[in-house]
Design a binder for this molecule. Sequence first.
Ligand SMILES: Nc1nc2c(ncn2[C@@H]2O[C@H](COP(=O)(O)OP(=O)(O)OP(=O)(O)O)[C@@H](O)[C@H]2O)c(=O)[nH]1
Ligand SMILES: [Mg+2]
Length: 468
Amino acid sequence: MTLPNGKAPHPDTQRPPMNQPQASPDRRTGLGFETNTQQDTSTSTEGSNGTPRGPQSELDEVIIAVMGATGSGKSTFINTACGSEELEVSASLFSCTSEVQLSHPFVLDGRRVRLIDTPGFDDTTKSDTDILKMIAMFLSSAYERGKTLAGVIYVHRISDHRMGGVSTRNFRMFRRLCGDGALKNVVIVTNMWNEVKEDLGKRREHELRTQDTFFKPVLDEGAVMVRHNHTKESAHRVLGYLIHKDPTILQVVREISIEKKGIDETAAGEEINKVLIAQAKAHRKQMEELLQEHKDALREKDEQARREIEEDRRKLEAEMKRNQLEAQKLADANFEKFQKEREAYEKKVKEDMEKAEKRRLADLEQLKEEARKNAAGSTEWLKMQADYQQRLDDIRDREHQAALNAKDQQATLLIEIEKGRRQELELQHQKQLQEARWQEQNSALNQKISDLESRVAQKDSGGGCTIC
Ligand SMILES: Nc1nc2c(ncn2[C@@H]2O[C@H](COP(=O)(O)OP(=O)(O)OP(=O)(O)O)[C@@H](O)[C@H]2O)c(=O)[nH]1
Ligand SMILES: [Mg+2]
């Protein structure tokens, strides 16, 4: 494994920061990929030996598939990487993603990236053959439209107590889908680290890396194993291991699109067949044992045991029937039938996409109409607001003017009062002066009178006329 700078990184080392995801036009056709006329032929990305030409140009879309057991966190990883909630996620025991889905494109480290979400092989509602057919249809159709994979991410919960039957079966199917040739483009992602104590997680990680029954064989062939801590940065770091890689072809795609094999003849199909044969053998053995136990119960007249054995037998028969149907379904998925199914699937996807596009256009039209109405409404509202503001301004102007007037009036009044007060003071002053003057004149007059009286008195007492 080498990074774009040519150095071999430690799987857990941080890559330099990358560009944030960006929205891009949602024009989809066919299987959800945008039309790329330059690449729209079955051989455009393929060399003479059937291997893809690489490296991918800056304009090419980088497509990465995400696989793993049900509930391992595939859809969550994709949502985290895209920074969206577009894929359904569930904490229930039932499988959540039951179809192959394509994420919206986003830009990372200068590349336009799309992730493919896949259902796990231990799906609670669909058989392994159904899942294999779905994945094979999607990937081979995409390949024949010139869309190759930059890599595959396999999600594994570090919180799993052990690599049990389901995980082992899932991983075995994953290996058959990829083939050894694509392992250099595989990243095994361990997640749910916050669900375990660090020491325990590290021990499990070490076992997964070093045990032949776990991931060691694929790591030896060039796959890498990295931790994911549930953040966008961590998801982008994981994708950083793949986005600059030369594209690869998965074994199942090569088998179908180039070697023209039926699903039943692919390595993954053969793996399912092997499991079905082993199960059929085990079922036959169980049935023989039950028949023997049934005979014993009859002989011993043990009614309770007989009823329990018959119940077990019914359950086993139902399982055997399911197994036979599954084997039949796999046998029916030969090349011709699979091609027909794929054509029907592509047609349906195309119709769905066209319907979705029509719906999108109708929604867009409705949004535009609402926007127009809102714009009209907002013009009206703006006008009302302007009127209101004008009225408010007028009132304020009037109030201001009135205040100014009142001030003027008050000032005039004060001046008048002051004037009046001064006049009053002046009058008082003059009055006082007048009074003082009168008093002065009075006292002078009184003096004269008393002088006259004293002279009259002198004359009366024998003196001459002083007046004449
Ligand atoms: N703690 C923790 N929980 C996670 C992480 N990734 C996913 N989960 C939770 O695991 C549960 C299953 O996640 P999904 O993304 O639906 O898993 P899936 O692999 O897509 O499942 P299917 O679609 O059923 O195959 C959800 O409850 C997630 O919230 C993680 O990194 N850490
Ligand atoms: Mg899912």
